[in-house]
Design a binder for this molecule. Structure first.
Ligand code: PXP
Length: 251
């Protein structure tokens, strides 16, 4: 029997739409509640340094108003660490951040940033916050996460999803094998394994079959689908895809 797989719904892009016009609509907290009612196991939100989507007040309201685990994505900076220590989300996922990027383009280089990451992981951990590192599924990064004492890694699925979307079958297969091997390696080191970035119904179904992966964090695709079918329907369809994938992994 393999562990069930959790769905974390990322509500950043509800805030992106709100911010396009200013004001309060659509509210990412309302979206989070709707996603939970439809089957999300947790909510993820990224407080970027430039506050381009989620803002400080959104994060505080998510923490106060939702009744499922909140996963705060953040850069490894003193400012963000202070905010996380004040808000006390269930989990923090440390991500690399560049102002010029459209989204989180690559994984964190944990292997070369140990000195910067170590005190942040320690302080958040001592506050009872579960820390994950968003990394590419490379052995060196998984080993670095283990050495740093992070209890969780989130494997970056963006390159795999992009290769599939562009029809690059050989590259997609190579990326998939990296993810499979990386998930198994991380699990063998005692890490909890999450995955995310760029996932849609098909890729979430595929990756849910990997027994070592226990959580997927998914945002952009769900908010896009919500335009057509509504957020609740999109979350339900994603849950169903993940459950189908998990069942294949059991077989
Ligand atoms: N996981 C992490 C660590 C991320 O940074 C993001 C993007 O904010 C996601 C998951 C969700 O990616 P997407 O919006 O492409 O589903």
């Amino acid at each position: 029997m393999i562990a069930p797989i959790r769905l974390g719904v990322n509500v950043d892009h509800v805030a992106t739409i709100r911010n396009a016009r200013g004001g309060r609509h659509p509210d990412p907290v309302r979206a989070a509640k709707r996603a939970i009612a439809a089957g999300a196991d947790g909510i993820t939100a990224h407080l970027r340094e430039d506050r381009r989507h989620i803002r400080d007040d959104d994060m505080a309201r998510l923490r106060a108003e939702i009744d499922r685990p909140l996963n705060m994505e953040m850069a490894a900076t003193p400012e963000m660490t202070d905010i996380a220590l004040r808000i006390r989300p269930h989990a923090v996922c440390i991500v690399p951040e560049k102002r010029s990027e459209r989204t989180t383009e690559g994984g964190l280089d944990a292997a070369s940033q140990k000195a910067q990451l170590a005190p942040i992981i320690r302080d958040l951990g001592q506050a009872g916050i579960r820390v994950s590192l968003f990394i590419a599924a490379h052995a060196a990064q998984i080993e670095a996460a283990t050495a740093l004492g992070a209890p969780v890694v989130e494997l970056h699925t963006g390159a795999w999803c992009e290769a599939l979307a562009q029809g690059h079958a050989a590259r997609a297969e190579a990326e998939w094998q990296l993810i499979r091997a990386g998930a198994a390696l991380a699990k063998s080191f005692g890490l909890e394994v999450h995955a995310g970035h760029g996932l849609d119904y098909a890729t979430a179904e595929t990756i849910a079959a990997l027994p070592d992966v226990v959580e997927l964090n998914i945002g952009h695709f769900l908010v896009g689908e919500a335009v057509f079918d509504g957020l609740a329907e999109a979350v339900k369809a994603m849950r169903a895809a993940m459950d189908r994938g998990r069942a294949k992994g059991q077989a």
